[in-house]
Structures are given as C-alpha cells and as structure tokens.
Design a protein around this ligand. Structure first.
Ligand code: SF4
Length: 211
C-alpha cells in the first residue's frame, strides 16, 4: 500500500526472527538441560508443527504447541509429561482452537514474497545463521535499516553478569542469576530476558508469587 500510494515518509525497521534455528542451537549445546519445550502458539499459527519435528526425532525431546491461558500451559505440560512417561517424544498441539498442523501457508507465502533470511543475534545465544528476517530488495525504499544506514546487527559483548543464556538452556532458574530482582527487574531490566513480555526472567518475576 505504501508503494502504491507513493509514500516517501514511511519506513519500517525489521526485528523479525525465526524460531527453529535458536531451538536447534539450544538442543545442540553441550551444556543444555532442557527436558521439553512449550512451543509458542502465535508462531505456530503461522509455521505449523513440522518445523519442530527435528527436536523430537533428532534430539529425543518432547514438546507441545501451547496457547496463552493457564489451562493451555497446563495441558501442554501434561502432554510433555505423557510423552516423557511413554518414552515417545513428539510434537503435540494443545492449542487446536488457533493452530492448524500445517500452520498458515498463505501467510508463509506472503512472508517469503517480501522477506528473506539473514543471520541474527539472539539473547544469550549469540549470532545464529539464517535466524532473522529482513526486507527483500523491492521493499528497500521502506527499509529503515538501509534508509538510515542503521547497524542493528552489530556484534556486541554479552552483558557482564547476565546469565540469560544459562536460563534459556535450562541450566539455572532466573532467581539463580545474582542480578535477578535487584539489579535486574521488570521496571529496570538489565538483561534481555527481563525486557520482553515473553522473556523467561520477566515471566518468572511476574508470576512466581502467584504459583
Ligand atoms: S535476571 Fe536479568 S541479568 Fe539475570 S539472567 Fe535474567 S535478564 Fe539476565
């Protein structure tokens, strides 16, 4: 629409990521202690179940596509426990009211038409090849990164003391990070896992007292 209207004062900065590559990185890490995955329902509504299949087949880890209500989480935890007990790692879907097994092919076609893969940096995991998305060339006039010569993917050191990577690999729970709740809080986040609504440390901080 912006192109057809000839807009010149409209630009977008892509901050889009692909989920399977970091999951593969976590599974392949020597020190990972993950025993099962709750797969994100909103992502799965687009990509479906197949992109997670390698986790069950190659790494023997169970998982379930999960919605965002408490009962969705419980259903998925139950499914993961069932898979564990049966010794049959799988990719189940407990969010069937939203997620179809093949996801949304039309949305994927549109994404493929306008976006292409790029290497990207992940919180606590570093740079992962082909794990991010940028605009294809025909959208360059609206690409803020190109238009304003931004370098959003520059290499950077992990924050000193932040143990986000260990949280993501299941090596520690968030409170085991010395900065949790003191230097790093939702109202004054220090590390990336405390920033976003989906961050493990923020979720732990927000809900731990309600369990
Ligand atoms: S509590 Fe903060 S500093 Fe510690 S791992 Fe989480 S995000 Fe990083």
């Amino acid at each position: 629409a912006a192109a057809s209207e000839g807009l010149t004062n409209y630009s977008v900065l892509s901050a889009l990521w692909i989920i399977p590559p970091p999951l593969r990185a976590i599974c392949q890490a020597d020190d990972t202690r993950i025993q099962g995955f709750l797969y994100p329902g909103h992502v799965s509504a687009i990509i479906g179940l197949e992109p997670y299949r390698f986790i069950a087949e190659e790494h023997g880890l169970p998982g379930a596509v999960t919605g965002f209500e408490p009962v969705d989480i419980l259903l998925s935890v139950s499914s993961i426990c069932d898979q564990k007990l049966a010794g049959k790692p799988d990719v189940t879907n407990t969010y069937t009211r939203v997620v179809r097994p093949d996801g949304n092919p039309r949305a994927r076609r549109l994404m493929d038409e306008h976006l292409e893969l790029k290497d990207a940096r992940w919180r606590g995991l570093g740079r992962i090849p082909a794990s991010g998305l940028r605009f294809r060339e025909h959208l360059a006039p609206f690409d803020a990164e190109k238009r304003f010569d931004l370098n959003v993917d520059r290499e950077g050191e992990d924050l000193p003391g932040c143990r986000c990577g260990d949280v993501l690999k299941g090596k520690i729970t968030p409170p085991e990070c010395p900065l949790y709740g003191e230097t790093c809080r939702p109202d004054a986040p220090y590390g990336p896992c405390m920033v976003s609504f989906e961050g493990a440390c923020l979720a732990y901080y927000k809900y731990k007292t309600r369990i």
